[in-house]
Design a protein. Structure first.
Length: 707
């Protein structure tokens, strides 16, 4: 008997479920008609370090609010105080996206989210969501090393920084890029939400819903501990966050045996370094033109200029080129390389390092000026002082020959944020940082979405085809070519090369133009295509040759194997082309060469002509990738103060949509009726199953053939 009652109630519940399911199927088809999905949106995501969480997130089921376009101070009052339909979803123009407005939103319970229209109209004179003192706690200056220079006490490098990227918002913030999407929103807003003669608009109203729920909370320590625990006890661990990671790219003028780690006898290298990455308030939206691209392009052009001379008249010392990833997040790439050098896990060690020249921001040379920055603390060591003095004198005389105004800086000023600082933390290495700023950055859009081609004044005359733009030598290309010539000659001289060869080293403005075009405007161009493997040039969702510039945000390694759209891959293959030699190996030989000790092998597409799509061939080059992940994760020191602890939260979906909502009362009524129906049916179920004895007593004698 018990059994039969159960069966009856189970069937009743089944029926209910089927009914609910049917309702939901029909409701989702209704949904399709009403909702407009916004496609080209970019979220702000949550990042965590040892002690904090920063960024943005929505609730699990997305945050919804009545749309309000912020166009004036009056609107702000409406949103924060008087408007009758909170919470509001704010759509704002660039002009309002600043610290004071965003903090007022953050502190108001009447705001459920923000969408920023990223455009150049109404862009302020300056905008940097970064801090005023980038990488404040992980550079070389501290209580024990030049305490008077620590915390940017002497020079605030980024005085325009408003710190917005380091705030923690409890609501979602999205960027809207596509003009047409913005039009959809505006139209919906204007048709339904505009105030008429100052009075509140009537239902139905246009609303927006943003989904960006983040799995990780609090800080990296909490998140990684949880992950480690799960890893230990669960077969299917649920990972909440991933360490930021990618790869450094390095190469040298004389190949180094990459299979032999640690100290290399008779090897002395001059390091030429620059950074590979940038960031902004929004995820994967970091053009980093002056902040990063100016340095990458300069160093690549210098590599190109040095190549023939270092082959014909090799200088006594090796020149070691390196591009560091993740420097924006507390020097991930450089701290990892130094860490590996210290532990004999890198191809050279610190004893092999003779000196270092780093290229900082060099794209905005006002009055054609450049400055050499050095570290006043290590200069108290006389041998370092001698070497740095020699280096600056050499560069000075090379610059004079090139009519570049290059100045040495006052010895009381600390180094700007730079990878060199991570080397100096370990030992006094003679080094200089070349930059276009004397004190604080002249970049007014540091680490923001507006540090783009326009900020570097890279633009093209109208009516040029993509292939013509690719080789068009802008003023900026010519200017950076000069800097690259200075860098190349200085490196050759620093490596002990002979004076008489210096004039044979000149950077090609055309190469610089191509690099600028590829890194700032369009990575899918004929030159980059010829340098990459044939398979990546095929179209596809995950193609690294999607439209637009490469990705400069470091990202998280493990989720996508290797850097996909990342700048790393491009720099790797460009370096292979610039420092390598074509071989006659076949594709299979190229993928499995006899020895990889000295060289890497790259199967590349080759330049295409008018008729053919290029003949692929194998390039042999001393170019390597080296993992760029903070040593804090290898050491499982998630609360580390010495190494970067930045992780990125995982999430399930990032979506945005616009739709109409009926009045709140109506919604409540619908909800109330729904709940009432549910309760009623539950009661009926309970009643039927508890009184089954009576209700189905007649069935007692009949066998249960119906089941
Ligand atoms: C977004 O894409 C979907 C499908 O591709 C399309 O139906 C929709 O109209 C697009 N949304 C907008 C605002 O263009
Ligand atoms: C983590 O980031 C926050 C926000 O920028 C900062 O205040 C804090 O000092 C950082 N913690 C560490 C250990 O660097
Ligand atoms: C925007 O819409 C216009 C006309 O409606 C169309 O020509 C244009 O290609 C669209 N732009 C994008 C990026 O979809
Ligand atoms: C707004 O007010 C003006 C003047 O009072 C009136 O002429 C106009 O019809 C009103 N508009 C609407 C939409 O009510
Ligand atoms: C590179 O180093 C490894 C390990 O020391 C050694 O076995 C190999 O022969 C070296 N290769 C070359 C080309 O010197
Ligand atoms: C100066 O630095 C070098 C390494 O560059 C080191 O060997 C030497 O001991 C230092 N001298 C002093 C006085 O600290
Ligand atoms: C160097 O800086 C100090 C302190 O800021 C200043 O007194 C001195 O005049 C400066 N020297 C030069 C050459 O600019
Ligand atoms: C930008 O480039 C244009 C043309 O190349 C030039 O006329 C203009 O002076 C440049 N502006 C700056 C600020 O360099
Ligand atoms: C890159 O550009 C070429 C030529 O414009 C085009 O044929 C190709 O489909 C593009 N590749 C991708 C992945 O979009
Ligand atoms: C480098 O690229 C250029 C242009 O695509 C090509 O002509 C040259 O053969 C390449 N060199 C190597 C070593 O790959
Ligand atoms: C490749 O070139 C080398 C000499 O440079 C030659 O010995 C070898 O036979 C060539 N291999 C092929 C497959 O052509
Ligand atoms: C391309 O093909 C056309 C005819 O098919 C031929 O006349 C022309 O010479 C070819 N051009 C090249 C660069 O091979």
């Amino acid at each position: 008997m018990r059994k039969m009652e159960d069966l009856i109630s189970i069937n009743y519940v089944k029926l209910l479920i089927i009914a609910l399911f049917y309702t939901c199927v029909s409701c989702s088809s209704v949904e399709k008609k009403i909702y407009v999905e916004l496609n080209d949106t970019v979220p702000c995501v949550r990042l965590l370090n040892a002690t904090h969480q920063i960024g943005c997130q929505s609730s699990m089921s997305g945050d919804t609010g009545v749309l309000h376009v912020l166009e004036s101070e009056e609107d702000l009052d409406w949103i924060l105080n008087t408007g009758p339909h909170p919470p509001y979803m704010i759509v704002m123009e660039t002009a309002f996206f600043n610290r004071s407005v965003m903090l007022r939103m953050k502190n108001s319970s009447r705001v459920s989210g923000v969408a920023v229209i990223v455009s150049k109209t109404g862009l302020a004179e300056n905008f940097s969501p970064h801090t005023t003192c980038p990488n404040q706690n992980t550079g070389v200056y501290s209580a024990s090393y030049g305490p008077e220079l620590a915390n940017c006490n002497v020079t605030a490098w980024n005085p325009l920084g408003n710190g917005l990227s380091y705030e923690d918002f409890s609501f979602p913030v999205f960027a809207l890029k596509d003009e047409n999407q913005t039009q959809v929103i505006r139209k919906c807003y204007e048709e339904h939400n505009l105030r008429v003669n100052g009075s509140a608009p009537q239902y139905p109203l246009c609303a927006m819903q943003l989904f960006s729920h983040m799995h990780a909370v609090t800080d990296t320590v909490t998140c990684m501990r949880r992950t480690d625990l799960q890893n230990r006890f669960s077969i299917n661990p649920e990972v909440m966050c991933d360490p930021l990671s990618d790869f450094n790219v390095w190469s040298s003028t004389r190949p180094l045996n990459n299979s032999a780690k640690g100290h290399k006898a008779n090897e002395s290298v001059v390091i030429a370094a620059t950074r590979l990455d940038g960031r902004s308030f929004f995820w994967e939206e970091a053009p980093a033109a002056e902040g990063t691209v100016s340095g990458i392009v300069t160093l690549l052009a210098a590599v190109h200029a040095l190549q023939p001379v270092t082959q014909q008249a090799p200088p006594p010392r090796n020149i070691f080129f390196t591009f560091f990833q993740g420097e924006a997040f507390d020097y991930i790439g450089s701290s990892k390389m130094v860490y590996d050098m210290e532990r004999n896990e890198f191809v050279i060690d610190l004893d092999n390092v003779h000196s270092m020249l780093e290229i900082g921001q060099v794209g905005l040379r006002s009055g054609r000026n450049l400055w050499m920055h050095s570290d006043p603390v290590s200069l108290t060591n006389s041998s370092v002082m001698d070497e740095v003095t020699k280096m600056t004198d050499n560069m000075q005389s090379i610059a004079d020959g090139l009519h570049i105004s290059l100045a040495k800086l006052n010895v009381t000023q600390p180094l700007p944020p730079s990878s060199l600082q991570r080397f100096l933390r370990v030992r006094p290495i003679p080094g200089l940082v070349l930059a276009d700023h004397q004190t604080s950055f002249i970049n007014r859009y540091y680490e923001s979405v507006y540090d783009d081609a326009e900020n570097l004044n890279v633009s093209y005359p109208p009516n040029l085809s993509p292939d013509e733009q690719l080789v068009f030598e802008t003023e900026e290309a010519k200017s950076l070519a000069e800097v690259a010539t200075l860098v190349a000659r200085s490196l050759y001289k620093q490596a002990g090369g002979e004076e008489r060869n210096l004039n044979n080293i000149t950077a090609d403005p055309r190469i610089v133009a191509q690099l600028l075009y590829g890194f700032l405007i369009q990575k899918n161009n004929s030159w980059f295509r010829s340098l990459l493997p044939p398979e990546v040039t095929k179209k596809g969702a995950n193609s690294i040759l999607s439209s637009g510039p490469p990705q400069f945000y470091i990202g998280v390694g493990p989720r996508n194997i290797g850097p996909v759209h990342s700048v790393t891959r491009f720099v790797q293959y460009i370096m292979a082309n610039l420092t390598g030699a074509a071989t006659n190996l076949t594709e299979t030989q190229c993928q499995n060469p006899e020895s990889k000790d000295l060289f890497s092998y790259f199967w590349v597409s080759g330049p295409s002509s008018v008729n053919s799509s290029g003949e692929p061939f194998c390039v042999r080059a001393p170019v390597r990738l080296a993992k760029a992940v903070s040593p804090a994760f290898e050491r499982m020191e998630y609360g580390s103060r010495d190494y970067s602890t930045w992780t990125e939260s995982r999430w399930k979906s990032i979506r945005a949509r616009v739709f109409l909502v009926a009045s709140r009362e109506l919604e409540m009524l619908t909800l109330g009726v729904g709940v009432a129906v549910l309760l009623l049916s539950l009661m009926v179920t309970y009643f039927i199953s508890s009184k089954a004895d009576l209700l189905f007593s007649s069935a007692r004698e009949t066998p249960t053939t119906t089941y």
